[in-house]
Design a protein around this ligand. Structure first.
Ligand SMILES: NC(=O)c1ccc[n+]([C@@H]2O[C@H](COP(=O)([O-])OP(=O)(O)OC[C@H]3O[C@@H](n4cnc5c(N)ncnc54)[C@H](OP(=O)(O)O)[C@@H]3O)[C@@H](O)[C@H]2O)c1
Length: 296
């Protein structure tokens, strides 16, 4: 029950953030959306995530790397939900700047304004990937949140369908370079299914919630499914991990931020990511929807 509570959604223009806005609204919350670019939320996102301009109650413009732009974002707010994170390389800012320092700034403002609960989205299996800069940054934030005086929930999802959408884009181009043999398995989750879980976490005890989707596939099976969805014969070239890691080292000499973000994609392929299953949406259907959208 929302009881007409007010929630700040940070990362509202992103894949998960848009579904979170929609879910909070459907349950009667008043939603304030923190976005960098209000234009962006006027149209749906690239993986079918909804346009939200028409449904949010309030839009505030801010960038977590500019503290002065965040003034008053938590004023009058009961709950903060943050799926704010750096998922594409930035020329100046690192995961540490955005995922950690940026989210911590929001936490500090939430504490000042006596917000009652903070829901933060980190990553499943983070403990196995602590050498990856983006994971370390998420976990610094998670740790500060847990030791703060606010009531909290930390969501730990496997990959999102939007992330699997990258395989779809590569399959559509006709070829995928796959790091490793692709035999590790995961159960990715749709943003709308994950958003339900995130909003369920708005009430109750402080807790961590690991979550994946209903179907488990190996990475190779996922890639093959993407090829099938776009009516192409699978053409997948495996790259040994040593070669990918060598490539990352060379990339890092020219573009440290890109190499740091890509290191997650390589590390994540080394083991299974199977979290408790939630949701009803299936990856196969998601790929079919992407294929249908691309034929128009
Ligand atoms: N994708 C996955 O498979 C996956 C799996 C597990 C966990 N996660 C984590 O879940 C979170 C959300 O993922 P997602 O796929 O929804 O990411 P996304 O689509 O890239 O959304 C990220 C959001 O953060 C915002 N943001 C980035 N830098 C910002 C800044 N300096 N100031 C203000 N806002 C900023 C983005 O704004 P703009 O729209 O302006 O860029 C966007 O709204 C991330 O922290 C990610 O690491 C993702």
């Amino acid at each position: 029950m929302s009881g007409n509570k007010r929630v700040l959604v940070a990362g509202a223009s992103g894949y998960l953030g848009r579904y979170a806005v929609k879910e909070f609204k459907s349950r009667g919350y008043q939603v304030r959306a923190l976005v960098r670019d209000p234009e962006k939320i006027k149209t749906p996102g690239p993986h079918g995530e909804p346009a939200i301009e028409g449904i949010v109650d309030e839009i505030v413009k801010g960038d977590v790397t500019s503290p002065e732009s965040l003034k008053d974002i938590c004023k009058g707010v009961d709950i903060v939900f943050s799926s704010l994170g750096l998922t594409a390389p930035h020329p100046l800012h690192t995961s540490y700047d955005v995922d950690y320092l940026g989210n911590r700034r929001i936490l500090e403002l939430a504490l000042q304004e006596h917000v009652s609960r903070f829901i933060y989205v980190s990553v499943f299996n983070a403990d196995k990937m602590m050498d990856v800069p983006s994971i370390k940054a998420h976990e610094l934030m998670a740790s500060d949140l847990k030791t703060s005086s606010i009531s909290w929930a930390i969501i730990r999802p496997t990959g999102y369908f939007s992330d699997m959408g990258r395989f779809f884009s590569m399959a559509r181009s006709g070829h995928i370079f796959m790091v490793g043999e692709g035999e590790k398995r995961t159960n990715p989750i749709h943003g709308a299914d994950l958003a339900k879980l995130c909003v369920d976490a708005a009430e109750g005890e402080s807790r961590e919630i690991a979550a994946g989707g209903p179907d488990i596939y190996s990475f190779r099976e996922t890639m093959e499914m993407a090829f099938t969805a776009c009516n192409k014969t699978p053409w997948i070239t495996p790259l040994p991990f040593w070669l990918a890691e060598g490539g990352l080292m060379v990339t890092g000499l020219f573009n440290r931020n890109l190499a740091d973000l890509l290191s997650f994609a390589v590390e994540a392929l080394k083991f299974d990511h199977i979290a408790p299953a939630y949701g009803t949406r299936h990856l196969k259907e998601f790929f079919s929807e992407l294929a249908a959208a691309n034929t128009h």
